[in-house]
Design a binder for this molecule. Structure first.
Ligand code: BGC
Ligand code: NOJ
Length: 817
């Protein structure tokens, strides 16, 4: 069944029925204030940090699904009929329903018994608030006397504490209601200088701030007593569960339309100016009141929305393509870039699958997310690199995660994921290729945020590669530590304690497990750093990095080749992992991808053999599985990977993050047909027709699709916050379409499916705009060997940087090999 369709012109996905297989989510906000919003208005909001500054409650893993949100109730005051215009939480029948998820805004429109309601929500740029506009129209042939109730449930700031520490939290909640604005100020009396507010543009008939009064005893959000009886209680919360609800009466003549605006926001006061009058316990509202007044104005709502739209126009103008394939175009031009911004902003913190509590900003995740958003926000990417580098340790290792609010490394999760530092090298190199800003290498950044330890980024990167060389195992391969990219390959963990986190459990002393993945990643990172050293004229350093890369590649060839594919690892006993000799887990995708991307085995046929093995043993119609066959029982010596049932997550699902590595590897070997075929298999837009199988949103990539051995083969999970976003964008734009920033220039090196006759693209790079037309004789395949640049033939396929502001017209012809 189809649950909606794309509206490419408006850059929206239109959900046409509310009961999607899973909540289909969107995000509001791109800077400091964020909201998650589902197609039925479920979700929550937070300021900067989904754990530490949560404004509103959301119930992950609730039944029914997706409860807690920006809820409105409409009530016919004549017959008492009430409903939610966004369907949830009352789930009353609607005569029409449509949700449009756009770029950082969502609208939900519906009709019931002649009353039309259109809700539109977004976060204005530069503000720490969200605005909702509800337009209510009376299409009846008689006057409609309605009540409108709004409602949000406040979170007591720290989402983990809020969900666990009830003996305290049922006693601390405090609010103020002044001039129709509901202020949530729990803990403001003591150490917090911030509060939330919820305002409405209309005069109020009443309000509620105590959840259980609003709902009534033992009632749920689907039948609040205040709504049922048509009158608020004017409750003031002390303790229990503070909420915000406005009651507005609307009397609409036939065809009359009214606009009501709500503002939900976050505000801080300087510590010395918290209270008004000083000495009282009343919030000083001098700063916040003008902000509220301004955003309650319909003209500001329209202006803010326009500014938001223009900002997305600008961001997406950096990269546009027109190919023969509509699924490619809409993902590249709209949704994949949009998702990359979401992963850049939120890392793995808040989604329908991420609680916002356990997984803040990952070092490895955030480094890779940069690949996707660099062209759009190079300056913010630069700052992110500096923030990440400041959580590096002086050993060269890194905190595995940091908290966005404090930017400090997260002690609970600690360090010791031995791939982490190498991702920083790859991120910085991608940044340099995009921007040419070599100055970042001289930026002084501390280790572990400790003042006095500042050293240039170039030194940080040196320590990243040294970290690997300082930790080699019995075969001369990198030690894996807690895990490498595959967090669930915990080869030194040996966990026997029920419920112990595999991620943080102490490793067995002297763990000697080695990772072929880190080996390949090291080769790649050394090559990238060597290229930077050459560009800087440091040929000695370049040569020694190249020698390190060569030596490691040699070690991989000697100890990492299984005959038809690359091995995955050596476990703590020196036994092979990912070998034909293993009964299960014979072949893993990660090493086939990373080793070929690092060029290992490309010259001697091993790369081709590895990719053939991937095609034969791992590729399915839904994408490429992470490994095969999956483990059917728990292996103490392998860790979390064997904790999942076969076919799920790391244990043999189609772990989408890794699929682009194989697409890239295929292009390196020149097979555009296979690369693009793989690209289409995981493309969410191309999977829209099988939404009943796929179940997740058809507009964003997911982390996993259940593998062939799973009970639900083809079922997607964990959409939105995944490295799949940045890597798919990289694979399609830089390797298949082949528009690839390098240190010296913009490479035009498409490797296309033979059925294509070419494509066009517009790419802004280092200030100039390149209008690129690639032509290919249908049915042939090959590479571009010369370019026509503004009408002049240039040998090779590298465009040198053009002056900022200029437009360069490029024609590239793919020549059969
Ligand atoms: C998941 C991994 C994730 C890890 C760290 C595991 O439970 O399966 O995908 O990387 O947790 O958060
Ligand atoms: C998700 C994690 O966020 C990422 O860091 C990791 O590489 C993959 N899972 C694979 O385990």
């Amino acid at each position: 069944m189809l649950y909606g369709h794309f509206d490419d012109d408006r850059r929206e996905y239109v959900v046409t029925r509310p009961d999607t297989p899973l909540p289909w989510i969107n995000y509001l906000g791109t800077e400091d204030f964020f909201g998650m919003i589902s197609n039925t208005a479920g979700g929550c909001s937070f300021y900067r940090d989904a754990r530490l500054r949560r404004l509103t409650r959301y119930r992950h893993n609730n039944a029914p699904l997706d409860l807690g949100g920006r809820y409105l109730y409409l009530r016919d005051d004549v017959d008492g009929d009430y409903w939610s215009p966004s369907w949830q939480p009352t789930r009353s029948a609607l005569d029409s329903y449509e949700c449009r998820h756009g770029l950082s805004y969502t609208s939900i429109s519906s009709e019931r018994k002649g009353i039309r309601a259109d809700l539109l929500c977004y976060v204005p740029l530069g503000e720490t608030l969200e605005v909702w506009r509800l337009t209510v129209s009376n299409d009846r042939e008689r006057r409609a006397d309605l009540s409108l109730f709004s409602c949000v449930e406040f979170c007591l700031w720290d989402a983990l504490d809020d969900a666990t520490n009830f003996q305290r939290n049922y006693n601390v909640g405090e609010v103020e209601v002044a001039d129709g604005v509901i202020y949530h100020k729990t803990e403001y009396r003591e150490r917090r200088d911030h509060f939330a507010y919820f305002a409405c543009s209309e005069p109020l008939a009443g309000f509620d701030t105590q959840r259980d009064v609003f709902l009534g005893p033992y009632r749920g959000w689907d039948s609040p007593l205040a709504v049922e009886r048509g009158c608020s209680f004017d409750s003031i919360a002390t303790g229990w569960a503070p909420m915000g609800s406005h009651h507005v009466r609307l009397s609409l003549a036939t065809s009359e339309t009214r606009e009501i605006i709500f503002v939900l926001g976050y505000s801080e006061n300087p510590a010395a100016e918290k209270f008004d009058p000083p000495g009282s316990q009343t919030i000083d509202k001098t700063r916040v009141r003008p902000v509220i007044e301004r955003w309650l104005m319909p003209s500001e709502f329209d202006r803010g929305l326009r500014v938001l739209r223009e900002s997305w126009d600008e961001l997406l103008s950096v990269l546009k393509v027109e190919t023969p394939d509509p699924d490619t175009d809409r993902m590249v031009n709209i949704w994949n870039q949009y998702q990359c911004m979401a992963t850049f902003n939120l890392s793995r913190s808040m989604s329908f699958y991420e609680s916002g509590i356990g997984r803040g900003m990952g070092f490895r995740d955030s480094s890779q997310d940069l690949f996707g958003c660099l062209p759009m926000v190079p300056d913010r990417a630069r700052q992110r690199i500096l923030d990440l580098a400041a959580t590096q340790l002086d050993s060269g290792g890194a905190y595995h995660q940091y908290q966005p609010l404090t930017k400090r490394g997260n002690d609970q999760i600690g360090s010791g994921f031995n791939d982490d530092p190498l991702w920083l090298v790859l991120a910085v190199s991608a940044y340099l290729k995009e921007t040419g800003d070599l100055g970042i290498l001289d930026e002084l950044v501390p280790y572990d945020n400790a003042p006095g330890t500042e050293s240039p980024i170039s030194e940080h990167l040196e320590r990243c590669v040294r970290y690997t060389l300082d930790r080699l195992g019995p075969h001369g391969l990198p030690l894996i530590g807690h895990a490498d990219w595959n967090d669930c390959l915990n080869l030194n963990c040996f966990s026997e304690i029920p419920g112990e986190s595999f991620q943080t459990a102490d490793n067995r002393e002297g763990g000697v497990a080695e990772s072929l993945f880190i080996a390949g990643q090291f080769v790649l990172a050394c090559q990238e750093l060597a290229a930077v050293a050459r560009l800087l004229g440091n040929s000695d350093r370049a040569a020694s990095l190249e020698a390190d890369a060569m030596a490691m590649a040699g070690t991989v060839e000697d100890h990492g080749w299984d005959g038809e594919w690359f091995l995955r690892a050596y476990d703590s006993f020196g036994e092979v992992v990912g070998s034909h000799a293993n009964a299960e887990g014979k072949i893993f995708v990660e090493t086939q991808g990373i080793c070929v991307m690092a060029g290992i085995g490309v010259a001697d046929g091993r790369a081709a053999a590895a990719l053939k093995s991937v095609r034969e043993l791992l590729a399915t119609e839904h994408g490429i599985m992470l490994m095969s066959p999956p483990f059917t029982r728990y292996h103490l010596e392998l860790g979390e990977i064997t904790s999942y049932p076969p076919g799920y997550k790391e244990n043999g699902s189609i772990f989408c993050h890794t699929n682009p590595w194989i697409m890239i590897a295929e292009t390196i070997l020149g097979d555009g047909e296979t690369a693009f075929d793989y690209y289409k298999r995981t493309n969410p837009s191309a999977r829209a027709a099988i939404s009943d199988v796929h179940r997740c949103e058809p507009y964003v990539y997911v982390q996993t699709i259940a593998g062939r051995d799973a009970a639900t083969f083809g079922e997607a999970k964990n959409s939105w916050l995944t490295g799949s976003a940045a890597w798919h964008l990289t694979a399609i734009t830089q390797w298949i379409l082949g528009i690839r920033p390098e240190l010296e220039g913009l490479r035009i090196d498409p490797v296309l499916p033979p059925a294509w006759s070419g494509f066009t693209a517009q790419r802004r790079w280092r200030g100039a705009t390149y209008e690129i037309s690639v032509q290919q004789e249908k049915g042939s395949s090959g590479r571009v060997r010369w370019l026509e640049v503004d009408g002049t033939r240039v040998e090779g396929n590298l465009l040198l940087p053009a002056p900022a502001g200029s437009t360069v017209k490029v024609v590239a012809t793919v020549e059969p090999a």
